[in-house]
Design a protein around this ligand. Structure first.
Ligand SMILES: Cc1cc2nc3c(=O)[nH]c(=O)nc-3n(C[C@H](O)[C@H](O)[C@H](O)COP(=O)(O)O)c2cc1C
Length: 344
């Protein structure tokens, strides 16, 4: 029997297949189904910085409104006493999830600014979360702000949260950093216990009739696995913290690829939305089958077997592969003599 057990963020998991944040992971019945079909851990949907800050300022507003009208009687006002915040609902979800399933529950915070919202990390710990995933989802659209200052702020944020809680903190990032390798190392130095590679950005679309800019979510496909695969293969060489692969993991073989590249766990959301929560069981069978066919007894044996520092041609993970790829592709369609760049 193949041994699927892994360590992720210091947590002992039965397998490397994790349900990443998405609609199913915010519903208790679906969480139970995910556990049933083999999810080794569940990442809850994110609690957003804006949500926390909005609710905090809303409470402040209500307080000041009533203080103006009623003076010291403000603390008795039902609007405030009965104010049921989304943040409270989130903490209740963490508690209920811990009660409902046995697998580790990873709570998720999404934000990039330094501010009062950070104290929610502690509340998540108190609610029973096993780890925190911090999603640094930001679109760097202000031309006055340079990349270095964005990165410095994000690293400060990670350090503050890591100090605030005794839980392990994983950081979910996008691939869009000018020196991703340096940023990954800086995250490790800032106290991250792991990195999730990668977040998937949703780009808006245009409605060609109304000319409205429409937010559109489209689910991932397997070709998108290549980006995390490349970067996990590169990062495994210099990161000692946990690595989760996310984006494009639709089958057990996809998970196997990321593990071979150096990931500790592989996460799925789109595949579960396409095929249902039971798909994790299929993925586990596929992973086991691939491992037996290729002589691997355990996931730990596989991990990093094909990372950049383990392969004969490390350049395959880097730019050197680019010219070879485009010339061989082009010559398949046009014949080898039709372009100036010849594949040697
Ligand atoms: C409908 C939907 C909701 C999502 N919600 C969250 C979220 O709340 N927090 C988060 O960090 N990621 C969220 N994600 C991103 C996923 O966790 C995952 O990183 C991304 O979809 C890429 O993985 P995939 O290819 O397996 O879908 C969401 C994705 C989808 C499709």
């Amino acid at each position: 029997m193949t041994d699927l057990q892994v360590e992720y963020l210091g947590l002992h998991l039965r397998s490397p297949l994790v349900a990443s944040a998405g609609p199913y992971t915010g519903d208790l019945d679906r969480m139970a189904e995910l556990e049933q079909s083999g999810a080794a851990a569940i990442v809850l949907p994110s609690l957003f910085e804006e949500q926390i800050e909005h609710e905090t300022s809303e409470i402040d507003r209500l307080y000041s409104l009533h203080r103006d009208s009623f003076g010291e009687a403000s603390s008795f006002l039902p609007e405030i006493d009965g104010y049921n915040t989304g943040t409270d609902a989130y903490l209740a979800l963490v508690e209920a999830a811990k009660y409902r399933v046995d697998v580790p529950i990873i709570a998720s915070l999404n934000g990039t600014n330094l501010g009062g919202w950070l104290r929610y990390a502690k509340f998540l710990e108190d609610a029973g979360a096993d780890a925190i995933e911090l999603n640094l989802y930001t679109v760097a659209a202000d031309p006055a702000v340079r990349g270095a200052s964005i990165e410095a702020q994000q690293l400060e944020l990670v350090a503050l949260i890591a100090e605030e809680v005794s839980l392990p903190v994983a950081v979910k990032i996008s691939p869009f950093y000018s020196s991703l390798a340096a940023f990954l190392l800086a995250l490790q130095d800032a106290g991250a216990a792991g990195v999730v590679m990668f977040n998937r950005f949703y780009a808006p679309d245009l409605d060609m009739e109304t000319l409205d800019v429409k937010p559109r979510i489209s689910l991932s496909n397997q070709a998108e696995l290549r980006l995390p695969l490349r970067w996990i293969g590169i990062a495994r060489e210099f990161l000692t913290i946990s690595i989760a692969g996310s984006t494009g993991v639709h089958t057990g073989r996809d998970a196997a690829k990321l593990i071979l590249g150096g990931a500790d766990v592989a996460m799925s959301t789109s595949a579960l939305l396409f095929h249902g929560t039971g798909h994790l069981a299929t993925m586990e069978t596929e992973l086991r089958d691939w491992m037996s066919e290729h002589g691997y007894q355990s996931v730990s044996e596989m991990r990093g077997a094909v990372s950049r520092d383990a392969v004969a041609d490390p350049a395959a993970y880097e730019r050197a592969n680019y010219i070879g790829n485009i010339t061989s592709y082009t010559s398949r369609f046009l014949g080898s003599s039709s372009i100036g760049l010849q594949h040697k």
